[in-house]
Write a protein that binds this ligand. Structure first.
Ligand SMILES: C[S@@+](CC[C@H](N)C(=O)[O-])C[C@H]1O[C@@H](n2cnc3c(N)ncnc32)[C@H](O)[C@@H]1O
Length: 464
């Protein structure tokens, strides 16, 4: 067989443009996939943000996060404007409409540009038949925006900008905290970083930030937390690549403070990706002679496992990484028990909606029932890997008692060798009260300018 030499080929400027799609086109793809339940916002963005030029990534994120954050309102408005909802095969058109409405309502895009580009997007989707409809719907919204929003304003989905079922559930469990939870869940979270205290003190790092013109405030609960006054790119953080700091919410930072790992201890991080807490456990478990904990991290999803690897590489630590179902002990456990276990189970993430606003689109009440079963199975199985006398920290970023205190209650009822330990007893340097004491463990609610919603319960296995 003969082969001819490949002819060097350089794309014309218009071809380059057609490869690098506009932020709007990619946003349509991302929102369509979320609406069709083909993945979360974070996975979709990770997959598709390479399709736009670097300088357009902030716009892409603004459009996608914005539509998800405002979805309950945008969805009610869109449905009120359409005589018939779009068919499933035209979900891309629905995503296009939501993006157009988002720009008209929440962005500074001039109205005529928002309408024009949204109509053009129908052509790019090769659905020219929809251009007239899109134009008519958006122009009507332009004319009647205030009236339409006023008419819909008493709907819980618009009043709270959250799914109706979720407002009902939060109100049922936390009536006194409803307004605060909703307000905090609807805002942009503050940027909180975790200083790697094994490398540099929080005070020193705060000075290093200040020298770069980055103002910050210390967190009240975690000794490693700093809140930045204004969010910055991680590349702007001093010595970020050298592992001096990581981006992590303050409530999430408490897990390593509570478990308080000591050099030489054998520790399991059972649902570990993306490895935020894995890294923190290693930072806290390492002493000045560079003796550390022996850490095993188990994670179900291979692609998320890669995130743990890159996180640990940046921080300069290593751990035994296993890709497996933590609840399937035969698949991964070699029989040696652990001194301490962090069990940060998959959950409804209702405490971190502001970071994962696609929850407003896709989370359903039935998911919580499924998650409870998964959590119970993982908890029951992983418990067997804990040494007598050892500690397990059960954690979720959920606000639902079914996943938290009730889950622990059932576990304690069924497990005669398990006791609850009052929180903070392991870590004497963090005496400040955080969260609300519930029947088992402590519940934290998301707050406007501080931490996310989280739940922790510390358990100990009886010695014999
Ligand atoms: C709440 S996240 C953990 C966050 C992590 N601890 C951190 O701080 O970065 C839950 C993780 O558990 C993983 N997971 C879900 N089911 C699992 C299972 N059966 N076994 C192990 N990991 C699981 C999910 O893929 C997800 O990465």
């Amino acid at each position: 067989m003969t082969t001819s030499n490949p002819i060097p080929y350089s794309a014309t400027p218009s071809e380059v443009l057609s490869i690098q799609h506009s932020a709007r086109q990619v946003a349509i793809k991302v929102i369509t996939n979320i609406l069709l339940e083909h993945g979360s916002l974070s996975t979709q963005l990770a997959r598709h943000q390479t399709d736009v030029a670097n300088e357009h990534i902030p716009l892409l994120k603004e459009l996608c996060f914005g539509v998800c954050r405002q979805y309950p309102t945008l969805n009610s408005v869109a449905l009120s404007l359409l005589a018939h909802p779009f068919e499933e095969k035209d979900t891309d058109l629905y995503a296009t409409l939501l993006l157009g409405l988002y720009q008209l309502t929440y962005m500074n895009t001039p109205d005529h540009a928002a309408v024009h580009e949204t109509v053009e997007a129908c052509r790019l989707l090769k659905k020219d038949w929809a251009t007239k409809l899109m134009n008519a719907v958006l122009r009507r919204y332009q004319r009647e925006e205030h009236e339409i929003l006023d008419n819909l304003s008493s709907m819980p989905s618009i009043e709270y900008n959250q799914p109706k079922w979720l407002v009902k559930r939060i109100n049922k469990h936390w009536p006194d905290d409803l307004e605060q939870i909703i307000e905090a869940s609807n805002t942009h979270p503050p940027m909180c970083i975790r200083v790697n205290e094994s490398r540099v003190s929080r005070e020193t790092y705060q000075k290093m930030l200040k020298d770069k013109g980055i103002e910050s405030e210390i967190g009240k609960f975690s000794t490693s937390a700093l809140y930045l006054q204004t969010a910055v790119r991680v590349s702007q953080l001093p010595d970020f690549e050298e592992g001096f700091a990581s981006v992590q919410d303050e409530a999430a930072q408490l897990s390593a403070h509570i478990l308080s790992p000591k050099p030489g201890e054998k520790i399991l991080d059972a649902c570990a990706a993306p490895g935020g807490k894995t890294g923190h456990l290693l930072e806290r478990g390492n002493n000045s002679e560079n003796k550390g904990v022996e850490l095993t991290a188990v994670e179900l999803e291979p692609w998320r496992m890669e995130k743990i690897e890159s996180n640990l590489e940046r921080l300069g630590y290593s751990a035994h990484l296993i890709c497996a179902d933590a609840g399937d002990l035969d698949a991964w456990w070699e029989g040696e028990q652990y001194d301490k276990i962090l069990l940060d189970v998959p959950c409804s993430a209702t405490g971190v909606i502001r970071r994962n606003p696609d929850i407003k689109i896709n989370r359903k009440p039935a998911d919580i029932n499924e998650l409870i079963v998964i959590q119970r199975e993982i908890l029951t199985q992983v418990w067997k890997t804990l040494k007598p006398g050892g500690f397990m920290l059960y954690a979720t970023c959920s606000l639902m008692p079914e996943e938290n205190e009730q889950q622990v209650h059932q576990f304690l009822e069924a497990q005669s060798d398990a006791n609850e330990v009052k929180l903070n007893t392991l870590n004497n340097d963090a005496k400040i009260e955080w969260g609300t004491e519930v029947s088992h463990g402590r519940q934290m609610f998301p707050t406007l300018e501080s931490h996310d919603g989280f739940y922790y319960c510390l358990l100990q296995k009886t010695s014999t």
